[in-house]
Ligand binder design. Structure first.
Ligand SMILES: [Zn+2]
Length: 260
């Protein structure tokens, strides 16, 4: 009987799925390193058992998708190493470990694009995510009624990932503070700035179409504030604003007075 010999060991052994992916010395070392850091302990006998342990391992929600990807990343690098050996090349165990770290780091960066300074190495990455606390800064914001006879449109746009899945919203209220019209729109994949700008635009368009003016537009967009975006009205209503009123309403970043 002809038995194929493995390409992964210095003293070739019988090649099998279990040998390449579970029991060869290099494979053993790689699994132990990554499982040790993750606190997973499983006897290295069967591949599907290892995969199951990674899949159901207890970890913080941020690590879950990474844990579930680990078996595919490790087996892929081991398979590449085996093929390099078969075709006359050689890949050191340290190189395999390096490539796995690199892929996991890239996966974390793509998955959590808004989180800075994700560590390069797997054990550090685990510590980092286990201890990760989003920085929350709270500012008290009070909403003020528009002037008598005026309307106010509050707008907001957000992007998860920037660029990423985005949406906009605006809400128009009258001078009693009652809601006249609210809208929320899914924008698909775009950026924060586009979402903020479209929120302002749609709010504005709605109010123009429905004669809801004079109007104050309020946005929380820093970009819109920085660029000092103003849409100036030129009508009688607009010119009725006193100097102090103009000062007050230009603060939120955008002022719109009577488009007619
Ligand atoms: Zn081998």
């Amino acid at each position: 009987m002809v038995m194929s010999r493995c390409w992964c060991c210095q003293q070739p052994q019988k090649e099998s799925i279990e040998h390449i992916f579970v029991t060869s010395p290099t494979t053993y070392k790689v699994w132990n390193l990554f499982m040790g850091a993750a606190g997973i302990s499983v006897q290295l006998i069967q591949l599907k058992q290892i995969i199951r342990h990674w899949w159901y391992a207890h970890c913080c929600p941020k690590l879950k998708p990474l844990f579930q990807a680990v078996p595919a990343i490790i087996t892929w690098e081991l398979w590449k190493r085996r093929n390099a050996g078969k075709h006359g090349g050689s890949v050191s165990p340290n190189m395999v470990i390096h490539e796995i770290n690199r892929t996991l780091h890239q996966l974390a960066r793509v998955g959590y694009a808004w989180i800075p300074n994700i560590p390069l190495l797997w054990p550090d990455m685990i510590q980092y995510f286990e201890g990760y606390k989003p920085i929350l800064i709270t500012t008290r914001v009070t909403w003020q009624l528009p002037f008598h006879g005026w309307y106010k449109s509050n707008t907001d746009g957000a992007s998860k990932g920037n660029p990423g899945p985005s949406s906009l919203g605006f809400c128009v209220r009258d001078d009693e503070g009652d809601v006249v019209y609210p809208r929320a729109v899914d924008l698909g994949v775009t950026t924060n700035v586009v979402a903020e700008a479209k929120a302002i635009l749609q709010g504005l368009e709605y109010c123009v179409e429905h004669d809801l003016h004079p109007l104050i537009l309020e946005t929380d967009s820093l970009m819109m504030k920085k660029n000092d975006v103003y849409i100036k009205g030129s009508s009688r209503e607009g010119s009725k604003l006193t100097r102090s009123q103009k000062g007050t309403i230009s603060k939120p970043g955008l002022c719109f007075a009577n488009p007619a």
